[in-house]
Ligand binder design. Structure first.
Ligand SMILES: [Fe+2]
Length: 219
């Protein structure tokens, strides 16, 4: 019997999921964000979103939005949590298959916030804490594209030498670019560097982001 094996150790999964309930919650989310901005006009002082060169022309909430207990936002977080657990189950498939009983998990939203980008607003590359992170597009125009209001991810390593056919899959792309769309959720491992491409459409681009911990509660 052969002992030959291929270990796919460092593949970077990025998931995209579409919320079937987006239209039902969109206006309530936008109203919630307007009320929030009226109550906290200074926004998130931690990131100094106003006057920053790296992150500019935007309003960002504090990172504890899930503590506000808004019904539409809670509904969205249930959808987001489903995305997180799907990614975790996929990444940890081998471990889960090795468990004697079907495991139960708890998805903990450790941080959540919204960003309202004005025309041309953008966020420079950065990464988050946690195990899985996400962006959810609450509002963006039909003119959004990979060049307009997209989310991009940076390759997490630097390959050396020239690219041949054998290495092209993991060496040819410097970035993964995901275009925006209302109701679309993108989920990635929290360590991955990412940023937002400026959006020049007529509507403000509004997104929600969250970080998570996936806890095993029984198996
Ligand atoms: Fe981010």
């Amino acid at each position: 019997m052969s002992d030959n094996k291929i270990h796919n150790m460092w593949a970077i999964p990025i998931g995209e999921f579409y919320n079937p309930e987006h239209k039902e919650i969109k206006n309530d989310l936008i109203n919630f964000f307007k009320e929030y901005e009226n109550s906290f006009p200074e926004g998130n002082l931690d990131r100094a979103s106003k006057g920053s060169i790296e992150n500019h022309d935007l309003y960002e909430s504090k990172y504890n939005l899930h503590q506000q207990k808004n019904p539409a936002f809670e509904k969205l977080l249930r959808f987001v949590s489903q995305g997180f657990i799907t990614m975790s189950n996929n990444s940890n498939k081998k471990i889960i298959e090795g468990m004697k009983e079907k495991p139960k998990f708890n998805v903990e939203i450790t941080e959540s916030w919204f960003i309202k980008y004005n025309k041309g607003g953008s966020v420079f590359p950065h990464n988050h804490g946690g195990s899985w992170s996400c962006v959810y597009y609450v509002q963006i125009g039909e003119d959004s594209s990979t060049k307009n209001g997209s989310t991009y991810f940076l390759r997490p390593y630097t390959p050396g030498g020239k690219i041949d056919f054998g290495s092209q899959t993991y060496s040819s792309e410097l970035t993964a670019i995901m275009s925006g769309q209302e109701g679309k959720l993108i989920v990635w491992p929290s360590f991955l560097y990412h940023g937002s491409h400026p959006y020049s459409g007529e509507k403000n681009r509004i997104i929600v982001s969250a970080n998570s911990k996936i806890n095993l509660i029984s198996n």
